[in-house]
Design a protein around this ligand. Structure first.
Ligand code: SAM
Ligand code: FES
Length: 347
């Protein structure tokens, strides 16, 4: 198979067969990655120019009822020092973020962090105080009716990584109580309810094969999410997967390019995990087709406690420093961080 021709076809048709995705992934070379990145960069510039959207990430708490084997805030981790922000803490993060130019706030936390009513009242308060801002939730799995209420309260977007589109792989990453079906049900529900939806996965997670990754790409092609968050798997020392190797930043950057070619207008972050795996990871991600960065807006006093993985960057910088640092990093590669809600451009 001529892999360069496959990339040309992906550019033109935005779809490939499963075996073709797998061939592209297993045949990755530095030259092929550069080729994919050049195309992805051009495609993204045609739609978004050199504008990079920012999202203010507020890590609302690290209590979690799940026990994902890879995650540092899993409920069985006795070494995790737990915290929960108050509504006023969250609102003051938004206020600070607003003054720094953020027009999207992402509330992320462990599973079941707030009772539904509290989630709804926080969303309503943020939307009342900052009517020109988008609210994104990333709070895990809920019933259909709960998601409906969140949407009615004004939440605009929802991030729920599918983690892997291969059922058997999913079962190796999660304990029995968690199900692949429910994760997928949630994603389809969110879409039906009118959220802008983000799925995503870790690159190089334990037991992942190129076959699994090809299913992830096929899932993105068919589900057609508005956003997709991917980052390398990074070990956390107190989890059952502590001894597994970290995922590759190079492979993550390549996959970002392929995702851009599958869905040219997708909102695609260069993630903190990518910046942790490689000190220039976020710049490399943007140059390869990403168009979103997510500086941390959480109070510095809790930053280190939201330790999904070891050695996470940006845990001691004030929000303003983090925003300025990212703006400077983007500027250094010819991109501009903009004050904008950063909605998807429908084509
Ligand atoms: N509870 C919500 C959920 O499950 O969607 C949001 C928080 S969860 C910690 C956010 C994401 O962090 C997960 O979807 C997972 O992909 C990522 N993550 C967790 N542990 C990680 C690790 N060790 N390395 C890289 N990413 C990780
Ligand atoms: Fe947080 Fe650079 S982005 S300090």
């Amino acid at each position: 198979m001529n892999l360069y021709a496959l990339i040309d076809r992906l550019c033109a048709e935005h779809r490939l067969e499963l075996c073709e995705y797998e061939a592209l992934i297993s045949g990755r070379t530095a030259e092929l990655s550069d080729y994919a990145a050049k195309h992805a960069d051009r495609v993204r510039r045609e739609i978004y120019g050199n504008r990079v959207f920012v999202r203010g990430l507020i890590e609302v708490g690290n209590y979690c009822r799940n026990d994902c084997y890879y995650c540092g805030i899993r409920k069985s981790n006795q070494s995790c020092e737990r915290y929960l922000l108050s509504d006023d803490d969250i609102l003051s993060c938004c206020r600070e973020g607003y003054s720094l130019g953020f027009r999207t706030f992402v509330l992320q936390g462990g599973e079941g962090i707030f009772p539904l009513e509290r989630t709804l009242s926080i969303v309503r308060r943020i939307k009342a105080d900052f009517p020109d801002c988008a609210v994104t939730l990333s709070l895990g799995e809920y019933d259909t009716e709960d998601y409906r209420e969140m949407r009615k309260a004004g939440a605009d977007r929802y991030l729920l990584r599918h983690e892997t589109a291969d059922r058997e792989h999913y079962e190796k990453l999660h304990p029995r109580e968690m199900s692949f079906e429910n994760r997928m049900r949630c994603l389809y529900d969110l879409k039906k309810l009118g959220f802008q939806v983000g799925c995503g996965f870790m690159v190089g997670s334990p037991y992942q094969t190129d076959g699994c990754l090809s299913k992830d790409l096929k899932f993105i092609e068919t589900f057609s999410p508005q956003m997709c968050g991917i980052g390398p798997y990074l070990p956390q020392k107190d989890t059952p997967f502590a001894e597994f190797q970290k995922g590759s930043a190079d492979k993550t950057v390549y996959l970002l390019s392929l995702i851009r070619l599958i869905k040219p207008n997708i909102l695609l972050p260069a993630t903190t995990a990518l910046g942790t795996a490689d000190s220039k990871g976020r710049e490399r991600g943007i140059l390869a087709g990403a168009n979103v960065v997510m500086p941390n807006l959480s109070p510095v006093s809790v930053r280190k406690k939201y330790a999904l993985y070891d050695d996470k960057i940006c845990t001691s910088d004030e929000s303003a420093q983090c925003k300025n640092c990212l703006s400077a990093r983007m500027k250094s590669i010819g991109f501009e961080v903009v004050t904008d809600r950063g909605d998807i451009k429908e084509q």
